[in-house]
Design a protein around this ligand. Structure first.
Ligand code: GLU
Length: 414
């Protein structure tokens, strides 16, 4: 690596990308080009709180590469949001869209706020002021935000409305919107369902069945909850789930239906009564067939990777395994279904939503389900074939495919 590298990417991704570039015979300059971003925004967002006090937040957007199509990626509202991680996550989006062949580039953004501590009015005001300041940088053919950690369809609705005040009705500026204003059937559950589709494809590839297999999920947000429902529908036993505080555990399998109802009532899943409580730390080390981290990044480090007792790890979150953790899992022969494949269902259905917006023609749910399955299965089988052919991890295979596709497009267009 030359001293011009690495760039602002952190977590394991920059090193995974570096390994892929080396394996593909790319120069340090190409690595620097692919790991760096096209541009970044950092925007001061003063907010007048409901109690009359003034609080300053910062909004971020990193546009990584757009050789394959408009920049695309989520907006995260979380106190930990910062420029470095936003770079990492933006690059991950470029690799994800390249891997699953949706004609988008990669981007990521967010605001360093805790949405649970803001009122509805405060959240709306913060979101609208972010868009007032960034609207020239986004757009249906430029950069299309979507939900991520701490954001939802209501926030996307405010973004669409604020942007449309300047440019006229523009549903394609954002995905993950409410159905009523141009959102897509199946978008909310797409990431969780996609995780289940990839796991099913992997089991099929191994000539195994998921029926009766045990699964542990960290996180019960939009991704973890819909994944849990899909696992239950496939006959799997969900042993444990959690939120950021703590988890629930039942060795005979949790009642997912009842817990979902409880969560929908606005309560935290960790305060659900009548089952054993477990810490997030212990949850990651439970014996199970599948461990599904579906919350924040970096939770499976070297130490956790050494101690976990899962047959397969499935990255429903972005970057839940560190570079060092990944190496440990490789030496322990524990397969990992990597984030850029396992959680790509969300951006795939975002693409379908955008197509529907551009064509002003909604699709039936059946069509969404069919097309999502088809896109994910093609990508998964490609990853499995490359991993088998090159005798490498699924992550390495996914990075080889995505990095080459991205670089080929960058080379043609630059
Ligand atoms: N935030 C999701 C992700 O990380 C979805 C992004 C999108 O739909 O643009 O993949």
């Amino acid at each position: 690596m030359s001293d011009k590298t690495p760039t602002k990417m952190t977590m394991g991704n920059s090193r995974f990308l570096h390994e892929a570039c080396q394996a593909l015979g790319y120069s340090d300059q190409v690595f620097a080009l692919l790991s760096g971003a096209s541009r970044e925004f950092k925007i001061q967002l003063p907010l007048l709180r409901d109690d009359g006090s003034l609080e300053i937040f910062y909004g971020y957007r990193v546009q990584h590469h757009n050789a394959l199509g408009p920049f695309k990626g989520g907006l995260r509202y979380h106190p930990s949001v910062n420029m470095r991680d936003t770079h990492t996550l933006a690059a991950l989006m470029s690799l994800k869209t390249a891997l699953v062949k949706v004609p988008f580039g990669g981007a990521k953004g967010g605001i360093d706020c805790d949405p649970r501590k803001l009122s509805h009015r405060e959240l709306e005001s913060l979101t609208r002021s972010f868009i007032q300041k960034i609207h020239r940088g986004i757009g249906p053919n430029r950069d299309i935000p979507a939900p991520d950690v701490g954001t939802n369809d209501q926030i996307m609705a405010w973004i669409q409305n604020e942007y449309s005040k300047v440019y006229g009705h523009s549903p394609g500026v954002v995905t993950g919107k409410p159905l009523l204003i141009g959102g897509s059937e199946g978008r909310e559950e797409a990431t969780g369902n996609g995780v289940a589709i990839v796991m099913h494809a992997h089991a099929h590839h191994q000539a195994e069945s998921l029926e009766g297999k045990t699964v542990v999920i960290q996180g019960f947000g939009n991704v973890g909850m819909y994944a849990a429902k899909a696992f239950r529908d496939m006959g799997m036993k969900v042993l444990a789930i959690s939120d950021s505080k703590s988890g629930l555990y039942d060795e005979t399998g949790l009642d997912i239906e009842a817990i979902c109802k409880y969560r929908k009532s606005g309560a935290r899943v960790s305060s659900y009564e009548g089952v054993e409580k477990i810490t997030n730390e212990k949850l990651l080390k439970l014996p199970c067939d599948y461990l599904v981290p579906a919350a924040m990044g970096g939770v499976i480090n070297e130490t956790v990777a050494r101690e976990l007792k899962a047959g397969v790890v499935v990255e429903a979150a972005n970057s839940p395994i560190t570079f060092e953790g990944d190496k440990v899992l490789i030496t322990r022969n524990i397969p990992v279904l990597p984030d850029i494949l396992a959680n790509a269902g969300g951006v795939i259905v975002s693409y379908f939503e955008w197509v529907q917006n551009m064509q002003q023609m909604p699709w039936e749910k059946e069509k969404i389900t069919e097309e999502l399955n088809s896109k994910l299965l093609k990508a998964a089988n490609h990853v499995f074939a490359v991993a088998t052919g090159k005798e490498c991890s699924y992550r390495r295979a996914a990075y080889l495919i995505a990095t080459k596709r991205l670089q080929d497009a960058v080379a043609i267009t630059s």
